[in-house]
Write a new protein. Structure first.
Length: 341
């Protein structure tokens, strides 16, 4: 009897530990989809992968798209469906940006491909390479040879931001799938769902601010939501922009309105204030672009604004990121407003 009581107490403590671990998980992991129907956005591409799952014989896959849209998550969902209980021993997941050299292919990938794992008929081991476009060309050439040699036992799934940096021989051996960034509405819907489950105190402006800063990146949206909730206890726009450390779009909008009115002095005062607060030129120009797209103005004026903002952005990326450069942009925008008014 004491042995049974001891086993029961161990079982209870194990459950409590698991519950505590889940509670302390980052929300981006806690709410990571485990089934295809839980994945947000890119429905057509997910439907194609569902077909692979039903058929049971998936090809090698490349999924290309921006960060935080569910590329790796989708591959993991596919692997769970195909491999079931064998998932743990039949899947190797590597982040190629950390392990990008030829030694990784020769050692980790090749040794895993050589391992014998008992799987249902028609199933294969799966090697997942996240951020595969970070791999060196020599590593990719070695990977190509490994894909050929172990094609009967192993499938490869590559997630990358840009498929152009994957060598052509690998691309030709894979089914190419492309993901687009998520819409603000899709991000908002997920944020509301998480807020309700976690009893987060929020207002509408706070969630809209998170969607605005995330730019279609669900991972960033959930991280910013959790950081704001933990840091302030209230998710509103003011707290969100403190956490994200980005210029408030209302301030940027006010600056653009001065440009539309041709008032360079008032516009410059706001720009100088943002500069003194320590915001990087990249963050300021990115916010100017996003706010400009949403503002109401004539089509011709908006196109002229976007053209000049884009040109300034290119200069900033090239390293010309001074306050003088940003002031020059304001002068151009004021000039445009006179020309198209």
């Amino acid at each position: 009897m004491p042995e049974i009581e001891n086993m029961e107490s161990q079982s209870i403590s194990s459950k409590e530990n698991n519950a505590a671990k889940k509670k302390n998980l980052p929300w981006v992991e806690k709410y990571r989809p485990v089934k295809f129907d839980e994945i947000v956005g890119n429905e057509e591409t997910v439907a194609r992968l569902s077909v692979f799952a039903r058929q049971g014989n998936a090809p090698n896959i490349i999924i290309a798209g921006p960060p935080g849209v569910g590329k790796t998550t989708t591959i993991l969902c596919l692997a769970r469906i195909l491999l079931g209980d064998s998932f743990r021993e039949a899947v190797l997941e590597l982040n190629a940006s950390n392990e990008r050299g030829i030694d990784v292919v020769r050692n980790k990938i090749k040794s895993f491909a050589q391992q014998k794992v008992t799987l249902p008929p028609g199933r294969h081991k799966i090697i997942i390479l996240d951020e595969a476009d970070s791999m060196t060309e020599n590593a990719q050439q070695a990977l190509r040879r490994t894909m050929e040699i172990y094609s009967n036992t192993t499938r490869f799934a590559l997630a990358c931001n840009s498929s152009e940096r994957i060598i052509e021989p690998i691309q030709s051996r894979c089914a190419m799938l492309r993901y687009t960034k998520l819409s603000d509405a899709q991000v908002l819907a997920k944020l509301i769902e998480v807020c309700q489950k976690e009893n987060v105190t929020y207002d509408e402006s706070g969630l809209e601010a998170i969607a605005f800063t995330a730019q279609g990146d669900m991972r960033q949206a959930l991280n910013n939501l959790q950081s704001t909730h933990n840091g302030f206890g209230l998710v509103n726009s003011e707290n969100v922009f403190k956490v994200c450390d980005e210029p408030h779009p209302m301030i940027v909008q006010e600056m653009l309105e001065h440009c539309i009115n041709g008032d360079i002095h008032k516009a410059y005062k706001i720009m100088a204030k943002l500069w003194r607060l320590g915001y990087a030129a990249e963050d300021i120009i990115g916010n100017i672009f996003r706010v400009c797209k949403r503002m109401k103005m004539s089509e011709k004026l908006k196109l002229a604004f976007i053209r000049d903002i884009g040109e300034t952005h290119m200069k900033i990326v090239d390293g010309l990121n001074s306050l003088l450069q940003m002031s020059g942009l304001l002068a151009k925008l004021c000039e445009n407003s006179h020309e198209y008014s």
